[in-house]
Design a protein around this ligand. Structure first.
Ligand code: TXA
Ligand code: MG
Length: 534
């Protein structure tokens, strides 16, 4: 199918779009929130084409758009009088209200539910198209299902060109995130999706409302979604997205500890600090963030990066909608860099005695984050399992158990494959380590000590306030490795050779602990703690 592009300002464009809609066609229509993919809401066949074009799951219902209040009574089984109060305050505008549906609404619109979602948009073009077509319009956001919602006609074209009859272009959407969805069917009413109308504004009209927990967290396994749209992965670029909480300084340090291939998604003026970045709105202004967040998420993929780290927005007011969309696009992956205890890293060559030093600090109330242990846990993470199977063959797992030896054989075949293994496991190891630091803080630890064999190359170096390096001369290290691992001198020498020289470790550390003679490390740790050198 050839998609027609109409400039909404051209005379006749609105009537042409309305004609297509009356004939059962699909038109992408600008609204103040995002572009919608409209069909005649009373024509089940036309509506089912929306699902096909978007690749939308059949059980996710659509919003019915009207242009005046008198269009509502025929659509619902009984008019909830509170809808008039809401209309008075917020319509036309970015609010969707759910009520019990009437027989007039085809099942396709409501995906089999007995309720219908209704919204009266304020965008003059959307209103004109509804009026000219003479029917209510069912319209989800005009993106391919799962992708970020479209806030420009070009976004719609990228996703739906050739699949729909027409795109009506009216420039950029002014709000930029979809409408607030509230259901009046529950008592008290429940906010299902935050948007341009804030919870506080709704409460000023309705009194107390509930906020669905799905706004903040992923649904439990097997839990039924109050709003089916909440259970799907959404707003997601192809890159793996993580939300980062904490100050800009912490964000910058953490991102700089990563290798290439990452995109910083940050606020205006911050992008220049990173090799690859996309900016979304001003740090202190939720409205500008809302307007640009979906465009920014689309731009992430144009950078070719496979990981994006997004500065966490403030979740107040309209910011709640921005935060919610980002939670969804990151599959609820949030990394909090605001630690309530100091975080130190410990590194050094093999056999230098990092574990010994860690246990000395533990006696003073420090918690050791052992990344070797975490690496074992990481390969039980579903995302890691799936990616390992894709990269190294599903037969590296049998009965759900990873065959470590076989994985090692395949991964260490070439540098490229080793890097692939690391790119799959390291992000998850990093996240688990950061979670463990927060947990240690909650459990009363005085500080966290990250014990990582390759700390200096790891993003975890970017969360350390200071780095401690443990050193010992070559002979001492050789003896220790042979004894610890029960290997001969040749193997022990190979291991030492595979590592960098001592200078590399000391020059990247803030404090050195020499650990050769018995009791030597104890004294230094005592001194460090006494002199508050950390
Ligand atoms: O701003 C908007 O609301 C945009 C523009 C085009 O109006 N539309 C939009 O539609 O965002 P869509 O389909 O992308 O999102 C509709 C949301 C989905 O999460 C859906 O599950 C929910 O509303 N929804 C629709 N009808 C519902 C119902 N009867 N009960 C519960 N949730 C419903
Ligand atoms: Mg949508």
């Amino acid at each position: 199918m050839k998609t027609r592009y109409l400039n909404a300002e051209d005379p006749g464009a609105v009537n042409e779009a309305a004609e297509i809609l009356r004939n059962g066609g699909l038109v992408a229509v600008p609204t103040e929130t995002v572009y919608g993919l409209a069909a005649n809401a009373l024509d089940g066949k036309a509506v089912s084409r929306i699902f096909e074009a978007k690749g939308r799951p059949q059980d996710n219902p659509l919003i019915v758009h009207v242009s005046s209040l008198d269009e509502i009574p025929p659509l619902v089984s009984e008019v909830d009088p509170r809808v008039y109060d809401l209309a008075e305050a917020f319509w036309p505008g970015p609010l969707t209200v759910i009520m019990k549906k009437s027989e007039l609404i085809p099942d396709e619109v409501c995906a089999g539910l007995d309720t219908v979602a209704i919204r009266m948009p304020s965008h003059p073009v959307a209103r004109a198209v509804i009026k000219a077509s003479g029917v209510p319009l069912a319209a989800p956001s005009a993106n391919a299902s799962g992708k970020p919602s479209p806030t420009r006609a070009s976004h719609v074209r990228d996703d739906l060109d050739g699949k729909i009859e027409c795109i009506l272009d009216a420039g950029e959407c002014s709000i930029g995130v979809e409408s607030t969805v509230i259901t009046l069917v529950t008592d008290p009413p429940t906010l299902l999706r935050p948007g341009g109308v804030t919870p506080e504004e709704l409460e000023s009209v309705l009194g107390k409302i509930n906020i669905s927990h799905a706004v903040y967290e992923s649904l439990g396994e097997g839990e039924k979604a109050q709003s089916p749209g909440m259970k799907y992965k959404h707003y997601a670029p192809a890159a793996r997205v993580t939300l980062i909480k904490g100050s800009f300084d912490k964000y910058e340090k953490y991102l700089k500890a990563h290798k290439t291939g990452i995109c910083a998604v940050c606020f205006e003026g911050e992008g220049k600090h990173f090799p690859v970045s996309v900016e979304y709105g001003r740090a202190d202004d939720s409205l500008t963030q809302a307007r640009s967040i979906f465009d920014a998420l689309r731009k992430v993929d144009e950078t070719g990066c496979d990981e994006a780290f997004v500065r966490c927005p403030c979740a107040d007011g309209v910011g709640l909608a921005v935060y919610n969309r980002l939670l969804r696009s990151s599959a609820f992956r949030v990394t909090d860099l605001d630690f309530s205890i100091p975080v130190y890293g410990i590194t050094g060559q093999t056999g230098a005695g990092k574990s010994t030093v860690c246990s000395l600090f533990e006696k003073a109330g420090f918690h050791t984050v052992d990344t070797d242990l975490i690496a074992r846990e990481a390969v039980r993470n579903p995302e890691v399992i799936e990616n390992l199977k894709k990269a190294f063959g599903s037969d590296i797992f049998s009965d759900g158990e990873l065959n470590r030896r076989e994985l090692a054989r395949r991964a260490f075949e070439s540098e490229e494959k080793t890097n692939l293994l690391n790119s799959i496991t390291h992000p998850v190891i990093t996240e688990l380590a950061i979670k463990e630091i927060h947990e240690a803080a909650r459990n009363g630890a005085k500080a966290a000590l990250i014990d990582a064999p390759v700390l200096l190359e790891s993003p975890l170096a970017g969360v350390c306030d200071k780095i401690i390096c443990v050193t010992a001369d070559r002979d001492t290290r050789l003896q220790r490795i042979m004894q610890r691992d029960g290997i001969g001198i040749e193997d022990a020498e190979l291991r030492i050779k595979a590592q960098r020289g001592e200078e590399y470790y000391t020059s990247h550390s803030d404090i050195e602990i020499r650990n050769v003679k018995p009791g030597e490390a104890v004294l230094q740790v005592e001194n460090i703690l006494k002199e508050k050198l950390l």
